[in-house]
Design a protein around this ligand. Structure first.
Ligand code: NAD
Ligand code: UDP
Length: 338
């Protein structure tokens, strides 16, 4: 079993991944500055796993903290979630995104190099694909210029890591291109806890269901899709967490830098998500159609064959599980962790 440094481990995807790591017998060190999370998520992870992890409150841009972590712990590999992720905010304060996501990632790999740790799994996104590609999107398709600064930081970090692995063959790096993570752990004890008004569909739907928001605004009903609303590939966060463990195993025995799509391979429209949520959970979701959101594409879903064939990973959960588990988390924690 390995000792893994998880940056951003207190966040939504990070906390679910820490739980799967502990459950599989790995040792976990989390570095998180709690800028978008609460330490309560990690308390619950430890309760669920009946095992403890080490938590360091700090920033990936702080090289002293990173050096101390690598000196005090024999780290085998790093899973790197830490970063800012709000698309709209990235247009208003781009420098914060360039600093946290790009400079932060450089600071992390510099510290890894000083510590001679060369195995890395990076949280990338389907947003790096050129919008002109037709779904299902596969890893051979060209990347493009993302329509927002958040997506731009993911593309730049991917390219930096690719060049790093070419220049120094000791590196072994996985770029995981997530599609749309939703759902929560079956216990309902950990889940997504966005600050402020949610940008993403799923937390918005659950907040309407729990009475925190009046109604869902559906961004556009005139797309060329099954019912006119946008189609995405929703992936259960526990399946996504497990993809990190598979990528880690793959990287422990390989070199270079390689990208894998992490999605189910199925597209669902906004109306299908809303309707399925209502059926599975027996709750009505008030909604209205509004105009399209700038930067949105009609359809995005994954070709996930490469992850299935090379990582030995396969999604276990369907849309109904995702929507039931998202609701269980929100119902048990109407105000998230706080
Ligand atoms: P999240 O905000 O819940 O988790 C990110 C964590 O990183 C938070 O706990 C935050 O406090 C921490 N953090 C941020 N900046 C930091 C810094 N400079 N130093 C230390 N810690 C810092 O987000 P998430 O949904 O769990 O996403 C995790 C990663 O996956 C992010 O890199 C995100 O961009 C990427 N991703 C997310 C999605 C999605 O839809 N959730 C999709 C594709 C990619
Ligand atoms: N969406 C919506 N209303 C919302 C949030 C999202 O109609 O309040 C739609 C959005 O236009 C897209 C889909 O839901 O078609 C998923 O959006 P999300 O922001 O969750 O993910 P992303 O845009 O990153 O794929």
């Amino acid at each position: 079993m390995a000792k893994i440094l998880v940056t951003g481990g207190a966040g939504y995807i990070g906390s679910h991944t820490c739980l799967e790591l502990l459950n599989t017998g790995h040792d976990v060190v989390v570095l998180d500055n709690l800028s978008n999370s609460s330490v309560e998520s990690l308390n619950r992870v430890q309760q669920l796993a009946q095992k403890s992890l080490k938590f360091v409150e700090g920033d990936i841009r702080d090289s002293q903290i990173l050096d101390r972590i690598f000196q005090e712990n024999t780290i085998d590999a790093v899973i790197h979630f830490a970063g800012l992720k709000a698309v709209g905010e990235s247009q208003q304060i781009p420098l914060a995104y360039f600093d946290n996501n790009i400079a932060g990632s450089i600071s992390l790999v510099q510290a890894m190099e000083r510590a001679q740790v060369f195995k890395l799994v990076f949280s990338s996104s389907a947003t790096v694909y050129d919008e002109a590609n037709i779904s299902p999107l596969n890893e051979e398709m060209p990347t493009g210029m993302p329509s927002n600064n958040y997506g731009y930081t993911k593309l730049i970090v991917e390219q930096i890591l690719e060049k790093l692995a070419i220049a120094d063959t000791r590196w072994s790096i996985a770029l995981l291109r997530y599609f749309n993570p939703v759902g929560a752990h079956k216990s309902g004890q950990i889940g997504e806890d966005p600050r402020g008004i949610p940008n993403n569909l799923m937390p918005y739907v659950t907040q309407v269901a729990v009475g925190r928001r009046e109604k869902l605004s559906i961004f556009g009903n005139d797309y060329n899709t099954v019912d006119g609303t946008g189609v995405r590939d929703y992936i259960h966060v526990v399946d996504l967490a497990n993809a990190h463990l598979c990528a880690l195993n793959n990287r422990l025995t390989s070199q270079g830098c390689r990208a894998w799509n992490i999605g189910t391979g199925n597209g669902s429209s906004v109306l299908q998500v809303k309707n399925t949520f209502e059926q599975v959970n027996g709750i009505n979701i008030a909604f209205e159609f509004v105009s399209r959101r700038e930067g949105d594409v009609a359809t995005s879903f994954a070709d996930n064959k490469r992850a299935i064939e090379e990582l030995g990973w396969a999604p276990q959960y369907g849309l109904e599980d995702m929507l039931a588990d998202s609701w269980k988390w929100q119902k048990q924690n109407p105000h998230g962790y706080g």
